[in-house]
Ligand binder design. Structure first.
Ligand code: SAM
Length: 188
């Protein structure tokens, strides 16, 4: 995910103090769009990828057609374009799309489009559909069903996201997370 500047962290913390509704599943798209339009201008390294996202890259077969949903400024899409036949990357935020396009000049097999997964009419299906840290902004079941419908038969769906493990039943997730060296993020 993004490496956030200290300026952005300050702003998010200030926003969180005003509103408890920042970053919850099922936020209205206008709110998500507005947040990420603001964040797009504050990202320090446009090619930074965290180690969890790194794990996804080798799972995508070489030479295939890939869709990335919620591509942000396109760091992963550019990495995937190096091994895919073609990458189509979509994002809800016009500013994210603008930055992603600017940073992706010269990647001829990568196209970045502004689109809302929940309302998008896809041009077809893909060998692999990838989504990193976008689904938690959406109603989970509907979003994952939409993603799955975009995968061609026998293709791959790769979703990497986060959730807050609660209660005893979800304790094993917390333990696994600690063993895997995960860091807790502040709830905004
Ligand atoms: C936390 S960011 C993650 C960006 C990138 N995948 C990464 O890991 O750095 C979530 C991204 O999902 C996008 N997003 C949220 N809801 C979306 C939707 N309904 N359709 C498409 N993109 C969406 C946001 O605009 C934002 O760029």
């Amino acid at each position: 995910m993004f490496s956030l500047s200290s300026r952005l962290r300050e702003r998010l913390n200030a926003g969180a103090a005003r509103s408890p509704h920042v970053r919850v599943e099922g936020q209205p798209p206008e709110m998500v769009r507005e947040d990420f339009d603001r964040i797009a201008g504050l990202i320090e390294d446009p090619d930074a990828i965290d180690r969890w996202t790194e794990l996804v890259i080798p799972q995508v077969p070489d030479g295939c057609d890939v869709l990335e949903v919620g591509c942000g400024i396109g760091a992963l899409a550019r990495r995937l374009a190096a091994r895919a036949r073609r990458v189509l990357a979509i994002d809800l935020s016009p500013r994210m799309v603008e930055v992603a396009r600017r940073c992706s000049a010269g990647h001829d097999n990568l196209e970045v489009r502004e689109a809302d997964l929940m309302a998008w009419e896809a041009p077809g299906t893909f060998d692999a559909v990838v989504s990193i840290a976008a689904v938690h902004h959406l109603p989970f079941e509907v979003a994952v069903s939409r993603l799955a419908a975009l995968v061609r038969p026998g293709g791959q769906l790769l979703v990497l996201d986060m959730f807050a493990a609660r209660g005893l039943r979800e304790l094993p997730y917390k333990v696994l997370f600690r063993f895997a060296g995960g860091r807790r993020h502040r709830r905004l």
